[in-house]
Every structure is written in structure tokens, then in C-alpha cells.
Design a protein around this ligand. Sequence first.
Ligand SMILES: [Zn+2]
Ligand SMILES: [Zn+2]
Ligand SMILES: [Zn+2]
Length: 159
Amino acid sequence: MAGEACSSSSTAIPEQFEDEEELLLYGGGSGWVEPRTWCEHLPSLTSDLSHIPTPDTSCFRCHHPAENWVCLFCKDVLCSRFINKHMLEHYEQKGHCLALSYSDLSVWCFTCDAYLDAQVIQQLRIAYETAYLLKFGEAPPVRTMECMLLEDTGAGSSS
Ligand SMILES: [Zn+2]
Ligand SMILES: [Zn+2]
Ligand SMILES: [Zn+2]
């Protein structure tokens, strides 16, 4: 009778309410927001993003040692909103709205208040790949959509 299901990774929970609670818990900022593939501030990026400071660079202002952001306009390295908010301050003072996180290599636009998909946007991919290489010592893996589909179709059917 009591057959223990072999599937351990099925999540069929209606997530509408759960998600809202989680967002509140985590303070809204992150979560499962779909990153954008374009924002109007990208054309004003003119710096050479194949040369950026290493991910272990300290915050230029308070010398916080890690998990900082690099401004994609002037390549200043500044700490996150969870430390001393120096990247945010930099944005407010200079209007440099695009920054790459050295903790998870995501790109954030402060003006759009949105993440940008650094792996899809050609212009940002250079910075992403450079940062990845500096952080992990190897090139980033190619993102495949197929593996998600494969997982979904699993479960062998025996007659
Ligand atoms: Zn700082
Ligand atoms: Zn800047
Ligand atoms: Zn933007």
C-alpha cells in the first residue's frame, strides 16, 4: 500500500500567497523577478567592460572587503545596500544606474529598479563573463533551457 513516492522534487503548490509572504520576509529586493533583456540606460554605457576590477576589490569608500558592486559606467567598486549603501549613494550622486554584483554576478539598474539579464544582453555579457572568470577562474557555463524540459518529462512509465 504505502508506496513512498520516488519523486522528491515536485513542487505543485499554488504559489501566489506563499510568494508574497516570502517577498515581505526578504524585504522585496530580490526574489523571483524575471530579469529584463533591455533597458534604456544600456546605450549610455561606453566603458570597456572587458576590463573590470577583480571581485575581491574592496569598497572604494569604506573598504568593505567582498560582495561589492562594480559601477559599469566608471568601474568604481562600492558596497551593497546591505552594507554601507555606497553603490546606491554613488548612483544618487552621479546617476550611474547600472552596476554588477560581485556576489551573484547579476546586473541591476537603479533607475529601472530591475535586474538585467547579463547573459542575454550582449553588452553586459562581456562584463559578466569577465567577472565570472575573475571570480571562479573559468569561463561561465552555457545556459541551457533543455535540462529544465528533461526534468519535467522524467518518471518512467511501466505497464
Ligand atoms: Zn562601502
Ligand atoms: Zn560610476
Ligand atoms: Zn535602466
